[in-house]
Write a protein that binds this ligand. Structure first.
Ligand code: PEP
Length: 249
């Protein structure tokens, strides 16, 4: 039985006061959220604030990206070692905003995933098709290619240590959510891709759904057999919404 995982992706939002209040509200509810895993991914600059606020609680911390290299002359970048030092366990890799706005490719996503694993972070690898790709019936081939390039880089045995987030690009921040049938269909397709290469990995690997998940649609999505949690953007900035989603899990 895979434990549900709910991850809040704050994106480029927040100040210290907001981080303080949001973390305090979530930590306060953690004792009532048994049998699920919860992680928060604030911007790098708020990690320390979030670490202080979540210290001693079950609420885990993650980052939204990392550099593929170890420490060195990479101005503006943040290494896996720095993230570990800041208290991160998790790191989101290959979010569609990083792919479309910052030129990340399947190759860089694979390399970052390998770097995270090698340095003891748990990668949450994002995959998902655009609206055009779905309209033209390419959604499964796009997702298959995105996932396979990560598998080729890290090896199928290491896939048990990654979490996959299926995030249809057309559903991110748009208020449009994949129906439970659409989401379950893609999650099952992803699990089949893993199973065809390694049965145990397919059973162990958590596959999260992301894309306008809210309190009012969470339970139908999280009730699907291959949906093992959520990667939540906008709704994770509101403690009541985020906690509502967590309770549905
Ligand atoms: C995300 O950024 O990963 C995301 C799913 O955003 P939203 O929930 O706002 O659609």
């Amino acid at each position: 039985m895979r434990k549900k995982l709910l991850v809040g992706n704050w994106k480029m939002n927040g100040r210290r006061v907001m981080a303080n209040e949001l973390c305090a509200a979530i930590v306060n509810e953690m004792q009532n959220l048994k049998n699920i895993d919860v992680a928060l991914c604030p911007p790098f600059i708020l990690l320390d604030e979030a670490r202080k606020m979540t210290a001693g609680s079950e609420c885990m911390l993650g980052a939204q990206d990392l550099d593929m290299h170890d420490d060195g002359a990479y101005t503006g970048q943040v290494s896996a070692g720095m993230l570990k030092d800041a208290g991160c366990e998790w790191v989101i890799i290959g979010h569609s905003e990083r792919r479309t706005l910052f030129g990340e490719t399947n190759l860089t996503v694979g390399k970052k995933t390998k770097q995270a694993l090698n340095r003891g972070l748990k990668p949450i690898v994002c995959v998902g098709e655009t609206e055009d790709e779905r309209k033209t019936g390419q959604e499964t081939s796009i997702v298959q290619e995105q996932l396979q390039s990560v598998i080729d880089e890290i090896g199928i045995d290491s896939c048990k240590d990654i979490t996959i987030a299926y995030e249809p690009v057309w559903a991110i921040g748009t208020g449009l959510t994949a129906t439970p049938e659409e989401a379950q269909g893609m999650h099952s397709f992803i699990r089949k891709q893993l199973r065809s290469q390694h049965d145990e990995t397919a059973k162990a690997c958590r596959i999260l759904y992301g894309g306008s998940m809210k309190q009012n649609n969470a339970s139908s999505l999280l009730g699907c057999p291959d949906i093992d949690g959520g990667l939540i953007g906008g709704a994770s900035l509101n403690a009541d919404e985020f906690l509502g989603i967590c309770r549905s899990a």
